[in-house]
Write a protein that binds this ligand. Structure first.
Ligand code: XUL
Length: 495
């Protein structure tokens, strides 16, 4: 009897890489690599090389490649990878890697999604296309996106730009390294995070590309559907028992694959991913756009559309307030349990670093109060973060059937209680926290077995915990939401 096949899902994220082996009945093995601990020689422990300019966030592409190789090698120690029949992956979205047509980078460092240094480029795109940019690409000009980054790179380093035959986002570049020939396509999920793709046509927009950098269109990879094979596994990645030549599906972005892995790909369901930054995303019934221009619309890796709002001040803000309060994470949770919903009317706009939603360039939290006890400050922060998510989800839908939560912050019961009450929706935490790697592996499994993605989601994405909203808190948070909206608009006026 032949052993059952495995589908491999890779999650190449900011601070490390995970690889997951999915068998017929569910995940069989997981391996992780952390750049800080496992690849310290690259000098990017937090996922980027320290830079004197806080707006500049760049990382060595070679570190990501080595991270993927090492994660696969480690996975091979946990599972028999000679059974692997398909590999898929996703990467931190956006960024820019300039490479040759065989995927060799032309510069040692590449900007990542945390980079905020393309203000002038975004201003030029907005001045030229205005609302049409949002309507056509799904997003206002966004600093971390590949298009504005390419415009900056072409201006700052014309020699490297001239050497570049391909302009990749991080996902399509890593995919290129993984396959023979080194020239992988891009999926619509990744391509929609670039300010370059016509969302409705799922094709590069020639006019926007040409304005971004003359000649850019000729350097962009092909766009193919998220279930397409991008190539055959290159011998350099035939590690841990994997066979060279194994089909590799096109890579996607971590957010589209997380939506799949969370089992929340149906409109009316949303995900709060509480990581380094907090992202709030939801499947859309149609490609609508945020009238304020803060949220993004991406293609999903299941063929639909999704919203995404990236709140830059996520875990880093929670960690900072926790440290200032002098407590550990149990103490943080205890502070939430000891304080009442509504926080006595205290409002905190949690912009410890520049924020993307709403767009705020000047760092610094804004408070509606002069001082507060540490526990009250913790509640004001968490309520501020949840209210910001609710406020900026207004264009997606007025209510949600279910809110899936994932990421480190989802371990904090007090924060989940606030989310359930602010949204007045049940909050579910999944059994697996590896939703990005799982989403990628689900695409690979669907490809090799023919099982549709919704059926896989029903089988694999089971909640470990569910928290119902407390209806008694609805008026408290309805009032807090309107006061928050007024305070935010005063501190971050809309253009
Ligand atoms: C989304 C975004 C982040 C990265 C993190 O637009 O920039 O969520 O994808 O990996």
């Amino acid at each position: 009897m032949h052993a059952s096949p495995l589908a491999i899902g890779i999650d190449a994220s900011t601070q490390g890489v995970k690889a997951l082996a999915l068998g017929p009945d569910g995940p069989e093995a997981l391996a992780a690599v952390r750049f800080a601990d496992d690849l310290p020689s690259f000098g990017a422990p937090e996922g980027f090389v320290p830079d004197p300019d806080p707006a500049v966030r760049r990382a060595p592409p070679a570190m990501w490649e080595e991270g993927v190789r090492l994660a696969l090698e480690r996975l091979g120690a946990e599972a028999d990878l000679s059974r692997a029949a398909c590999v898929a992956g996703s990467a931190q979205q956006h960024g820019l890697v300039l490479s040759t047509a065989r995927g060799e980078p032309v510069a040692p460092l590449a900007p990542i999604w945390m980079d905020h240094s393309t203000g002038p480029e975004c201003a030029a795109l907005e001045a030229r296309f205005g609302a049409a940019l949002r309507a056509r690409t799904g997003s206002a000009a966004t600093e971390r996106f590949t298009g504005p980054q390419a415009r900056k790179a072409a201006r700052e380093d014309p020699a490297a730009w001239a050497r570049a035959e391909r302009v990749h986002c991080i996902a399509s570049w890593l995919n290129s390294r993984l396959v023979e020939g080194g020239d992988a396509p891009c999926d619509p999920g990744s391509a929609s995070g670039q300010n370059l793709m016509d969302l409705a046509a799922r094709a590069w927009d020639p006019e926007i590309a040409e304005f971004t950098v003359p000649g850019l269109a000729a350097k962009l990879p092909r766009i193919v559907p998220s279930d397409a094979v991008s190539g055959a596994l290159a011998p350099a990645f035939a590690v841990g028992g994997l066979r060279a030549g194994t089909p590799v599906l096109v890579w996607s972005g971590d957010n589209p694959d997380s939506l799949l892995g969370m089992g929340c790909a149906a409109p009316g369901e949303a995900v709060a991913s509480l990581g380094t930054s907090d992202t709030f995303f939801a499947a859309l019934d149609a490609p609508r756009t945020d009238p304020d221009g803060f949220g993004n619309v991406f293609c999903t890796s299941a063929g639909g559309y999704m919203s995404l709002s990236c709140f830059t001040n996520g875990a880093l803000a929670r960690d900072r307030v926790r440290r200032e309060a002098g407590v550990d994470w149990a103490g943080f949770d205890a502070a939430l349990a000891a304080t009442a919903p509504g926080g006595g009317g205290r409002l905190l706009l949690p912009w410890f670093s520049p924020e993307s939603v709403p767009r705020v360039a000047r760092a610094g939290a804004r408070r509606s109060y002069a001082s507060a006890a540490p526990a009250d400050e913790i509640r004001a922060l968490c309520e501020g973060q949840a209210l910001a998510m609710r406020l900026h989800a207004g264009w997606i839908g007025s209510s949600f059937r279910r809110l899936g939560v994932t990421g480190g912050g989802s371990k904090c019961a007090g924060f989940l209680r606030i989310l359930a009450d602010v949204f007045q929706a049940p909050v579910e935490r999944l059994k697996s926290s590896e939703t990005v790697a799982l989403g990628a592996a689900m695409r690979a499994w669907s490809h090799l077995s023919g099982e549709p993605l919704p059926s896989l989601a029903t089988r694999l994405c089971r909640p470990a915990a569910r928290m119902e909203p407390d209806p008694a808190t609805a008026p408290v948070y309805a009032d807090a939401l309107s006061r928050y909206a007024v305070f935010e608009a005063a501190e971050a006026p809309r253009p």
